[in-house]
Design a protein around this ligand. Structure first.
Ligand SMILES: [Mn+2]
Length: 270
């Protein structure tokens, strides 16, 4: 609430400054579509600070033991962006701690090539960039597209264009961000969801290098999920709905507290 000030007049003249990042790298097609769409929103300015290389699944990584480098780059549509050497979270911190002068109103991360559902979120550089923004108290939206191959990001970008003004108007609570997933095969509607349950199918592969030493890969089939659990992000995407999940960085397992209190851990002799 601003006293003695005409809020409508203020909003009419205010330019919204959107900071865009991703984890697929600054030259990925998803961020190209996202920035292109958000630039068309009236009274909007856009700054892009994204990893120079693909940083998918780096999680909420903070670079501490080597310097960060930033270089201006030109995107394939002629717009400019900043490419940084760190993680997506580093990109957000860099921008907000002083590299970008203009105050940032909202951060949009993506559009990721591939979904970020259920327990994917702490692996995801797309989502952890939004987590970093939440730590700075800036509203943030993580955008992911439910295909690892299709590059038709226009519908997902249109969702971001619709969502940004709502989040700007309503605001988000402390330590809270929105995780948005967009289906690939036509949008049936929008659903507010909770995190579902992911199932990972990675295997550990051991191979031998030319010098006789073992080395390892962890990887495998794409994760699946409990698609029958109605109301989850996994369910929504399986049913061609846009999934919007509010995510908190306060991760206390509250429903486990009564049971673990019965363990009386405070009585452990140490
Ligand atoms: Mn990615």
């Amino acid at each position: 609430m601003i006293f003695g000030y005409n809020q409508d007049m203020k909003n009419k003249h205010k330019t919204t400054h959107i900071l865009i990042t991703n984890d697929d790298g600054v030259h990925a097609p998803g961020i190209l579509a996202l920035q292109s769409a958000l630039r068309r929103v009236p009274n909007t300015s856009v700054t892009i600070m994204a990893p120079a290389e693909n940083q998918s699944a780096v999680g909420h990584r903070k670079t501490m033991h080597k310097p960060l480098r930033v270089n201006p780059v030109t995107l394939s549509d002629g717009n400019t962006a900043f490419a940084c050497s760190g993680s997506p979270a580093d990109a957000i911190a860099l921008a907000l701690m002083g590299f970008v002068n203009d105050p940032v109103d909202i951060i949009v991360s993506g559009i990721n090539q591939g979904p970020n559902l259920g327990q994917d979120i702490t692996y995801s550089g797309t989502v952890t960039a939004a987590m970093e923004a939440a730590l700075f108290g800036i509203p943030a939206i993580a955008m992911s597209f439910d295909s690892f191959t299709e590059q038709t990001f226009e519908e997902a970008a249109a969702v971001a264009v619709k969502l940004v003004p709502v989040v700007l108007e309503k605001g988000l609570p402390d330590l809270t961000l929105l995780n948005v997933n967009v289906p690939c095969a036509g949008i049936k509607g929008i659903r507010l969801t909770r995190q579902g349950r992911r199932h990972y199918h990675d295997v550990l592969i051991e191979r031998i290098d030319p010098f006789g030493r073992p080395y390892y890969w962890i990887g495998g089939e794409q994760p699946t999920g409990d698609i029958d659990e109605v109301g989850t992000d996994v369910w929504a995407i399986a049913n061609d709905y846009v999934s919007i999940t509010p995510i908190r960085l306060e991760m206390t397992a509250r429903n486990f507290m009564p049971e673990i209190e019965e363990w009386h851990l405070e009585n452990l002799e140490i």
